[in-house]
Design a protein around this ligand. Structure first.
Ligand code: SAM
Length: 270
């Protein structure tokens, strides 16, 4: 089985996405999705950004490599009465079932960054976007001191080194790499812009309970715990993550969690 697909089908990302809904909605509003636009959400998960885009009146297609998340997205769209939002299985490296120039906006929020062939991702996102349309990405930033970059960094200290030739997803958080990928997809450099943006994770329990959600349901953290358990280091990993989540929690109540995380907001005019 494709290891990229296996990683995301392994857990249940809907459990993590539950802490991302408010920020997903406000991010979509900042992106400026409008009624009647055709929008692709690539690596959409269960629709944290796809559903709010559809609620704004756009015609939305969510594409994700994980079958369980596609099913969860279609269920959520149905529950919300959104006939203008559908989810389909697909790989960001090869969108061969989608015609050229199909979308006004092709967005990928912490999604396509996890696909293994970044140059193919940039090429495909540009290809399916109409001339004058926009590609928008939200990408975590390597070595950033905030939550997700630190979870991935801590987890990587407990997992075996990746196979040779593996390109870290975090390279999507480095402006030079992003520029190189979109320029090689045919976009002029001056059409690519960046700013630092914030996404806040909110959870109605203490930070340690959110760590448990990551431990039990988030593929990369599940893998880190599996590896750590084999070396008798799972308790140490748990402590490191709890210390991180507690230090970053900005909630005024100790029984709830609100953690802002910085990401690179990329806009490409095609
Ligand atoms: C961190 S989750 C983010 C999900 C969603 N965008 C959100 O913000 O809630 C990463 C998502 O990217 C998807 N993904 C990873 N690799 C992919 C690929 N090659 N093609 C399409 N989706 C992919 C995963 O299945 C997962 O749903």
């Amino acid at each position: 089985m494709n290891p990229n697909k296996a990683l995301w089908e392994k857990g249940d990302f809907t459990r993590i996405a539950a802490s991302m809904r408010d920020s997903g909605k406000s991010l979509v509003e900042r992106i400026g999705i409008t009624k009647d636009q055709k929008v692709l959400d690539l690596g959409c998960g269960d629709g944290t950004t796809a559903l709010p885009a559809a609620e704004l009146g756009a015609d939305v297609l969510g594409v994700d490599i994980a079958r369980n998340l596609v099913d969860a997205g279609n269920n959520r769209a149905r529950q919300h009465g959104l006939g203008n939002c559908t989810f389909r299985e697909g790989d960001a490296c090869n969108l061969d079932t989608i015609e050229d120039h199909s979308f006004d906006v092709s967005m990928s929020i912490f999604g396509a960054m996890f696909a293994p062939k970044p140059f193919d991702v940039a090429k495909e996102m540009v290809r399916v976007t109409r001339p004058g349309g926009r590609v928008v990405m939200g990408n975590w930033i390597p070595n950033d001191p905030t939550l997700v970059a630190q979870i991935l960094k801590i987890s990587s200290n407990y997992t075996p080194p990746p196979p040779e030739g593996f390109v870290s997803p975090m390279t999507w958080g480095v402006e030079n790499h992003v520029t190189e990928r979109f320029v090689s997809a045919g976009v002029p450099e001056e059409n690519i812009s960046f700013y630092r943006d914030t996404f806040t994770f909110t959870f109605p329990k203490a930070p340690a309970a959110l760590v448990d959600e990551f431990r039990n349901y988030y593929g990369p953290t599940m893998n880190a715990f599996e590896a750590a358990e084999k070396n008798g280091r799972a308790d140490q990993l748990q402590k490191e993550l709890e210390a991180l989540f507690n230090a970053q929690n900005q909630s005024t109540s100790k029984d709830s969690t609100s953690i802002p995380a910085t990401f690179l907001h990329v806009t490409v005019t095609v």
